[in-house]
Design a protein around this ligand. Sequence first.
Ligand code: ADP
Ligand code: MG
Length: 264
Amino acid sequence: MTDRTRSANPFNRLAVVNQKGGVGKTTTAVNVAAALAQRGRRVLLIDMDPQGNASSGLGHPTRTVGSSIYNVLIGEAALRDVLLPCPVDGLFLAPATQDLVAAEIELVDEPDRASRLRAAIDVLLTDMPFDDVLVDCPPSLGLLTVNALVAADEVLVPLQCEYYALEGLTHLMATIERVRAGLHPTLGVKGLVLTMFDARNNLAHQVAAEVRKHFFVFDAVIPRNVRLSEAPSHGKPVTLYDPSSKGAVAYQLLASELSAEKKS
Ligand code: ADP
Ligand code: MG
């Protein structure tokens, strides 16, 4: 049994973002969310990618989803009404389906189009407390990602240590600066998490060292681990599918870093 009392630990409101596809955003969002919930926290994971990979990875493939985050963004449903339970106690999912592609177009003339998600989360939190809210972003810097950035207090950036990683990071930081300048001056960078890390690859170590010069990088480094890629097809986070695998242990460590009191 987990302890359901609300913890005094810090509240995380994070956008898991990187405009590159296939860098481990969804894997990080799903498994960190699950690991935080397994630590007894109440966690909300919002799927903002029309591909719905976070949803299917938690047992809710798009074909089985009724109301989704699309209905919330266009004002048809409250966030509370689309939440689905997950295989981990204390973890709730706001699912996504392919419909979400249309939201970008349908919202284009709405003056509050960039703050729809933030407003929906604020309403939800007034009567449903969560310790952590994570938003899994699509691989672009369009309106869906901007909504996630405006909705978050901080960003969590999964980074694959390859040659072009730093270049991609420069574009992402420029977008974050634009969001700060226009919509959300206090948006912070929580940190970077190194994903699919191959310790035998010299370039990976060089990129990691370079990134550490400029950004806070979590101690938890996520290794390349086949269990992480298998778990979604079972509709489970790796922390349930194979809790002792290297991937699960790494995400549990990341969750402990995210739920720890900040040292002053
Ligand atoms: P993104 O959301 O950034 O597009 P994903 O999290 O979906 O990236 O990961 C892309 C692919 O790589 C998926 O098939 C996923 O299962 C796999 N994957 C992610 N992280 C790892 C890892 N650490 N080890 C092995 N496979 C991984
Ligand atoms: Mg993804």
